[in-house]
Design a protein around this ligand. Structure first.
Ligand SMILES: C[S@@+](CC[C@H](N)C(=O)[O-])C[C@H]1O[C@@H](n2cnc3c(N)ncnc32)[C@H](O)[C@@H]1O
Length: 265
């Protein structure tokens, strides 16, 4: 990947149809997971490359070829509320057809996370980051939230490119047994979650929808003391994916199929 001749013009041409990578970490992960990044800008190339040397030397040379320096005022005009790392880029969104194929493929090596009508963009980003870290096959959302919204991509630290992220209707869910998480369900500690499971979680406001409940094969609960109503959505996903991985599922700390490992930096 190389910087375009006129990065500002390229930015204006591509911005409305691209995924905004806001911040160094989002760009770093997008590069690691093979996103196509046609333009990346910063007001301080030297600082950005020093950050790369410190935090992500594996992508330093790629960023060296990709990052274009633009004046501070131009940068702020392109990205009105820039990330403190002062790096931003545009990436090509993966094709829906390719993501749907990945989600539908069986046998499946790792579960698909289903967020049933999530409302909070930050929660959705945190869940995508978790799914990437655990090597989940993908994250499907139902309802009106756009899982590729810039705030979700920022919350997910650019890890949308490490798993298959798509919005779908409940009746379009990929194949596989549906394990729906609900405080009234069967205790997860007595269950082994299969690799081909769809792990479904309800909305922050109202829990699982009637449509999702109707297609659930199992209702599963996370241990919780009486008088506590529920856990946060993203922490519920974290516990459930950990439970799946602790029983031997998934890649653990090894490489995610089809891509490099999610590194801590
Ligand atoms: C914030 S909770 C939803 C709370 C909502 N007010 C309700 O009535 O269910 C979001 C989702 O996290 C999951 N969740 C939270 N606590 C859970 C628990 N103890 N057991 C199983 N799932 C839980 C469920 O999927 C739930 O729909």
């Amino acid at each position: 990947m190389t910087a375009p001749h006129d990065p500002v013009r390229a930015w204006h041409r591509l911005a409305s149809t691209s995924v905004l990578l806001d911040g160094f970490h989002a760009l770093k992960h997008a590069v690691r997971f093979h996103a196509e990044v046609p333009v990346a800008v910063t007001p301080d190339r030297r600082a950005a490359l020093t950050l790369a040397e410190e935090l992500a030397p594996d992508v330093r040379d790629t960023l060296d070829g990709l990052l274009a320096e633009v004046p501070e005022d131009v940068f702020k005009a392109l990205v009105p509320r820039p990330h403190p790392t002062a790096v931003a880029a545009l990436a090509v969104r993966p094709s829906r057809a390719a993501n749907l194929e990945t989600l539908a493929r069986v046998p499946r090596p790792a579960p698909v996370v289903v967020l049933d009508n999530p409302r909070n963009l930050g929660n959705a980003g945190a869940v995508i980051r978790l799914a990437a870290g655990f090597g989940a096959t993908g994250v499907v959302t139902t309802g009106t939230l756009d899982p590729w919204h810039p705030t979700v991509v920022r919350g997910g630290a650019g890890l949308h490119f490490a798993t298959a992220v798509e919005p779908l209707a409940v009746h379009e869910l990929p194949p596989g047994p549906v394990f729906a998480l609900d405080p009234e369900g069967e205790d997860i500690r007595g269950l082994k979650l299969p690799d081909d499971a769809l792990l479904a979680f309800g909305s922050e406001r109202s829990g699982l929808s009637p449509e999702l409940r109707a297609c659930a094969d199992h209702l599963v609960s996370l241990p919780m003391r009486p008088q506590v109503s529920s856990y946060n959505l993203a922490t519920s996903v974290a516990m459930t994916l950990f439970h799946w991985s602790a029983a031997g599922g998934g890649a653990g700390s090894g490489p995610v199929p089809g891509g490099p490992d999610v590194r801590p930096a």
